[in-house]
Design a protein. Sequence first.
Length: 381
Amino acid sequence: MKERIHTKFKELFGDGGRIFASAGRINLIGEHTDYNGGYVFPGAIDKGIMAEIKPNGKDKVRAFSLDYNAECVFGLNEEDKPEELWARYIFGVCRETIKRGGTVKGFDCVFAGDVPLGAGLSSSAALESCFAFAINELYQNGIDKFELAKIGQSTEHNYCGVKCGIMDQFASLFGKKDHLILLNTKTLEHKYYPFNPVGYKLVLIDSKVKHELASSAYNKRRASCENAAKAISKNHPEVEFLSDAKRIWLEEVKGQIPAEDFLRAQYVIGEMQRVLDVCDALERGDYETVGEMMYQTHFGLSHLYEVSCEELDFLNKLARKMDVCGSRVMGGGFGGCTINLVKDELYQPFIDAAKKEYAAKFGHEPMVYDVVVSDGAREIK
Ligand code: GLA
């Protein structure tokens, strides 16, 4: 990828570019908790975005996407927002940096990625984090990595229409090889956990399904959670986010909020506890409990949060049937991957069966990705 990027960069813009990279992410557990002030447990992966970039002394950005084989030129003022979604991520990062007092001037860049699109592995966060990091280095803005993550998140909010939490951008920037990150999304306190489950593998099975309207459904889930938290806070003013609420406090408002919002909140409060249970289990090396929590999360995401789909439920059931240790839909949902914790000896039989049975039912094979937990944003020297 680096060679391809560099060759194109030289052809279009000459020498003197610097190369930066950032990563996609997985999440072991803690799904849809990040915009509720809860815990998440992500890690960066060995698939991501790479960009070569150089200031051009003008007031315009010239960006070339190798994957789309397309160029986009845009200015840096609010009214210069490009039409192409891929370019809007870069534009958004520039704007959000400027809003925070950072310097951004015209630059040239060529970028490419190997995060499968629509798989729930956060290709967009990888793109945002790569550029947020690169621009910060290039113009020596001195913005810390927490704020860089918020620059990516605000880009989603203000330029791409997704009211996401902070998990993806955080993992992409803070990721560390062989470690998962327990992140408190309210305080941004975090702790690295060495992740090397001896005797097990983590594997992603990509349903290759991507449902339309995923972002509006996502925003709707968030609104339900905020509505539930608001209702609870009338009785318990200390509740700012759902993560501050106890299960019994939710019960108190059951008749006062839409049934749908109640189910969503029920899932989130349960998920909060599961993340903590998984941390304890990991410290004991108890992967059976980790796996069981993953199944419980899937159940909640499917039946209470309703962000799964037929294909993902099928893959989850198949994992259960084959005694796979843990399995669940990962990321925002509405398609994408299941993440599976599989004993070494079951690995091959499981992926063989997943391919065969999924193809027999849905007419095409899923993709299989082995997970390699890797470093996040960095300059490639
Ligand atoms: C998407 C969002 C994240 C998070 C997950 C669900 O990946 O970008 O902020 O909410 O969904 O856990």
